[in-house]
Design a protein. Structure first.
Length: 287
């Protein structure tokens, strides 16, 4: 219903202008241009703007539908065939007979056919396939390739060639190939593929690069060496024993203290000239 692009559609442009005008009127009715922002005025402005948007969209869609279907709504009248009707009814048959005879005469007249244009086709290498063969012209090789250079014995390879000025191509002893094409050749031993381009004046033999036929060696582990084994082992041991009693530990502590006290006596017993009471006190004193 709308025209592309939308920016050039008169209905869309008019709708945008009407929407802008409605938004301006709603903003003017709810704005004093002084004071502070009031929530009720903002809410009223948004409500009026939403109503303008909804009604304008409805009107836009209706006008677009009306523009697209107004021709179908009008009453249709059959068109008058001015070529067959004339202002004088008694001359209609005479005019139709004259026109019929003239049409038959034009149809019977032979129309000179245009000379057929020569169709020149070329291959992907740019060689004209239907070109005339010059006198004494030998075949000319334009392209020669092979798909694989190393294959298994008995595997096929694709040979691609392109000759110019040839009528027949022989590939690996088989005839009947076109001047530019591709053939499948099976390779059983290391060799090159022979391709011969021929015409009524000469033959040009060419060979592809050598294709090596070899078997892939099997993968075997070295003899005499056992395969490494992987083993995981975890040993966990736990032992719980009864500890020494507290009384035995206290006895050992007291015995060690007594031995230390006996070795650290400051003065020996039996000093000459020292009173016994003083000697007893000095002998019992420790460091």
């Amino acid at each position: 219903m709308f025209k592309e692009p939308l920016r050039r559609d008169p209905l869309v442009v008019g709708w945008a202008l009407c929407l802008l005008l409605g938004a301006t009127i709603a903003l003017t009715n709810n704005t004093e241009w002084r004071g502070h922002l009031e929530a009720d005025r903002v809410q009223t402005f948004l409500g009026e703007l939403f109503l303008v948007l909804v009604w304008s969209v409805f009107v836009l869609v209706f006008l677009a539908w009306l523009r697209a279907n107004w021709r179908d709504m009008l009453p249709s009248h059959p068109k008058r065939d001015d070529a067959r009707e004339s202002g004088l009814p008694f001359t209609d048959q005479w005019l139709s007979e004259v026109r019929r005879v003239e049409a038959e005469r034009r149809t019977a007249a032979p129309v000179p056919a245009a000379p057929p244009e020569p169709v020149m086709s070329s291959c992907r290498h740019g060689v004209q396939q239907d070109a005339e063969l010059p006198v004494g012209q030998p075949p000319v090789l334009r392209a020669l390739s092979v798909s694989h250079h190393i294959v298994r014995p008995g595997s096929p390879v694709h040979v691609t060639w392109c000759f110019e000025h040839v009528h027949d191509v022989v590939v690996d002893g088989k005839r009947g190939y076109p001047a530019c094409g591709e053939a499948q050749v099976r390779i059983r031993s290391t060799r090159s593929v022979e391709v011969i381009g021929r015409n009524r004046y000469a033959e040009v033999p060419v060979n592809t690069p050598t294709v090596v036929a070899t078997a892939a060696p099997p993968l075997q582990p070295p003899a005499g060496t056992p395969a490494p084994s992987v083993a995981l082992r975890v040993d966990v041991a736990a032992s719980v024993g009864a500890g020494a009693s507290v009384a035995a530990r206290l006895d050992a502590l007291y015995a060690a203290a007594a031995r230390r006290r006996s070795r650290t006596a400051l003065l020996p017993d039996g000093l000459v000239g020292l009173p016994p009471t003083v000697g007893a006190r000095l002998g019992g004193t420790t460091r």
